[in-house]
Design a protein around this ligand. Structure first.
Ligand code: PBG
Length: 335
């Protein structure tokens, strides 16, 4: 054939492919989520093989391992014991709570490791919602924000570097920015869960923390989070959320979940100059693990391809439970 263009020319050898490769992964792209619990030993999590609930005493082992693999940031989630949960989630701003304790320990032992936190009431709420639920079954916006601001300040006091509001209340980024500034934490950043969808992919995470919405008190409790998390059918709305978060002072914008929302990552990348993060959530992790355990897919190739797809869509950072495995595989590829 008399072809002028033969794109296969640049795919002919591995060296050529490396030369024209448009995107790449590095361990510094990853933010590694870690679960913390009260117990003294680590515990397996049923639907998240390979992920564990760490004790405060042992968490440094995993943090050191991650640092050694080139990972530069962890995000911490608490499994709070039932007796500490309440309707207003006040345990979230207990200075001696699990998260402040874990933060100060890590900052003490390995100050270079960046620590991101999650700001929302669900792990601390007996109703399993990110905000306070009224007697009428409404998730209250402004009352919740007061709690979130106190939570953010306590996390910053303990040494957190990046505060991550995941609650989807209106106006929370601005309120948290102001609360942090008032307390002298101008240097602490906000990585906002900007476009967080009401997704079924969070199932395994809610199992890990035992934090799913539930009927516990006498009130009517909404069964899902769709009055505050976004409708999976919407994309323009994500732009509105991004504009608001920018105006309110967010430093990094996040899209969550990741894989089913690559179009949203792409749109935010086009819309904003801020760094964009993608959250490769627990359900995405569980599906890969389950298929890999049955020998139906090659875990390493599928994970690296998936993580690369977030970069290609426009993400700078990826929150992923695969962080350590992926960082290890990237190291193997180099050597
Ligand atoms: C809490 C929170 C959730 C996740 C991160 N922060 C669960 C939820 O909103 O119900 C999910 C993370 C994952 O599934 O990996 N607000």
């Amino acid at each position: 054939m008399d072809l002028t263009y033969r794109p296969r020319r640049l795919r002919r050898t591995s060296a050529l492919r490396e030369m024209v490769r448009e995107n790449s992964l590095s361990p510094a792209d990853f933010i590694y989520p870690l679960f913390v619990h009260q117990g003294s030993e680590e515990e397996e999590i049923g639907a998240m093989p390979g992920a564990k609930r760490w004790s405060v005493a042992n968490i440094m082992r995993e943090v050191e391992r991650a640092w050694g693999l080139g990972i530069r940031c962890v995000v911490l989630f608490p499994k709070v014991s039932e007796d500490l949960k309440s309707e207003d989630g006040a345990e979230c701003f207990n200075e001696n709570g699990l998260i402040p304790k874990a933060i100060s320990l890590i900052k003490n032992e390995l100050p270079e490791m960046m620590i991101m936190t999650d700001v929302a009431l669900d792990p601390y709420s007996c109703d399993g919602h990110d905000g306070i639920v009224s007697n009428e079954g409404i998730v209250l916006n402004d009352e919740t924000i007061d709690q979130l601001c106190r939570q953010a300040v306590v996390q910053a006091q303990a040494g957190a570097d990046l505060i991550g509001p995941s609650d989807m209340m209106d106006g929370r980024v601005g309120a948290i920015r102001e609360a942090l500034d008032d307390e002298g934490f101008q240097h602490v950043g906000i990585i906002s869960y900007t476009a967080k969808y009401a997704s079924a992919y969070y199932g395994p995470f809610r199992e890990a923390l035992d934090s799913a919405p539930r009927q516990d008190s006498g009130k009517i409790i909404p069964k899902d989070k769709s009055t505050y998390q976004m409708d999976p059918a919407n994309s323009r709305e994500a732009i509105t959320e991004a504009q608001l978060d920018e105006q309110e002072g967010a430093d990094i914008l996040m899209v969550k979940p990741g894989l089913a929302y690559l179009d949203i990552i792409y749109r935010l990348r086009e819309e904003s100059e801020l760094p964009i993060a993608a959250y490769n959530v627990s359900g995405e992790y569980a599906m890969v693990k389950a298929a890999a355990q049955r020998g139906w897919i090659d875990e390493r190739s599928v994970v690296l391809e998936t993580l690369l797809s977030f970069k290609r869509a426009g993400a700078d950072l990826i929150l992923t439970y695969h962080s350590c495995d992926a960082a290890g595989w990237l190291g193997d590829l180099k050597s």
